[in-house]
Design a binder for this molecule. Structure first.
Ligand code: PLP
Length: 365
């Protein structure tokens, strides 16, 4: 067994283990963990300085997750865009292949929290092969994004077989790995893994740093090793209330990422998924942060701020042209296909007068 696999075995997965590390009341967390699994790797745990801090909020369950705020379970209609189990095909030229059902750390704000770490996201080898066959017979797909769950939790040998199969498909031009392990389990980025990944260019790795405290010797070394192996690195941050909804915090994060050769790619507005409402900021917060960053940071350090539109309509970059404010204070988003979605300050979302999503749970950070 490799070191990272041993470390993963030592991850905190129960309320009692959490109570052994922190003097906090955990009984209220038990039903949350039953619904949405818990996992905190030793590395990520070591970054927590005190309960409630930005690292804690990302990984420790909160009773607010059980509040039914009326948000849909599958806000991006991913299940409608799944031609087969294990694949999400929403844009003609790109497809997501869900190759792993689990993660090193279960992010409390996860869009797929209804499935990740549960049986709903365990696909059989046969299903995975069928999904790969779908890609092989769909020449429009040029870009395959390995996701899940976390694809780097697959053992090297399995990952190699998967990459071999995808590379054999002529129309697949690029492969992306969407993984948070460089942040949550940096020991996974071994020399052996990097040697393996080196063989499949052009390979992009999109990782997920949300806070400058996640930048440290271990995570920098992991990114450095990947970059040295010719892997192109990008980062997706989620804008999270009480974690990073502050221009100073994000400026430090984005500058720090460039220093370790990771390009900030997307800043995601929290999806309208159920159980994540306590993390959602008003759209205005993101817009105002971006405006501040524009004046202080290089364009290289600034990601696209995107809303993933409900119904699987795709990601909409929020720029001044993408929205207008109406008289009642709502923000109207103009989608690429000519639709209008209105987004209220309290994160209610409506379309053609119909409210899709009811009042987000308002809890101060
Ligand atoms: C985000 C996403 C992609 C990739 O989009 P890019 O803008 O190319 O990064 C592809 N498919 C699905 C379903 C997605 O959600």
């Amino acid at each position: 067994m490799e070191d990272w696999q041993l470390e993963l075995r030592q991850a905190i997965t129960t309320a009692d283990q959490l109570a052994a590390h922190f003097a906090v009341e955990v009984d209220a967390l038990r039903p949350v963990i039953e619904r949405y699994p818990l996992s905190i790797t030793p590395h990520y745990l070591s970054l927590i300085e005190q309960p409630g801090d930005p690292i804690w909020r990302q990984c420790v369950p909160d009773p607010a997750e059980l509040i039914d705020d009326g948000a849909p379970l599958d806000p991006l209609s991913e299940e409608e865009h799944a031609p087969l189990p294990g694949i999400i095909h929403r844009y003609p030229d790109r497809a997501l292949l869900l190759v792993s059902g689990s993660c090193g750390v279960y992010c409390r704000f996860c869009t797929r929290k209804r499935q990740v770490g549960t049986r709903a996201m365990s696909y059989t080898f046969g299903e995975l092969d069928n999904a790969i066959a779908y890609i092989a017979r769909t020449p429009a797909i040029k870009d395959v994004i390995l996701s899940g769950g976390d694809p780097l939790l697959l053992p090297d040998l399995f990952l190699k077989q998967l990459l071999d199969k995808l590379r054999r498909i002529e129309h697949v031009e690029i492969i992306r790995l969407a993984t948070r392990l460089p942040v949550t389990l940096p020991s996974r980025i071994t020399g052996r893994l990097c040697t393996l990944l080196q063989n499949y260019p052009p390979l992009y790795l999109l990782t997920h740093f949300n806070h400058p405290r996640e930048l440290n010797a271990a995570t920098s070394a992991a990114c450095d090793q990947l970059a040295a192996a010719g892997v192109v690195l990008g980062n997706q941050t989620v804008l999270l209330k009480g974690v990073n909804d502050d221009p100073g915090v994000l400026a430090e994060l984005f500058r720090g990422l460039l220093k370790i050769r990771v390009k900030p790619y997307y800043l995601h507005h929290v999806d309208l998924a159920r159980g994540v409402g306590h993390f959602r900021t008003p759209l205005e917060t993101g817009i105002s942060i971006l405006r501040t960053l524009r004046g202080t940071l290089s364009g290289l350090a600034i990601p696209h701020y995107v809303v993933d539109l409900p119904g699987g309509k795709g990601k909409l970059p929020i720029t001044p042209e993408a929205y207008e404010r109406s008289a009642d204070g709502r923000i109207r988003l103009l989608t690429p296909d000519g639709d209008t979605l209105c987004f209220a300050e309290d994160a209610r979302l409506c379309r053609d007068g119909q409210i899709f999503h009811h009042k987000a749970h308002e809890k101060s950070a």
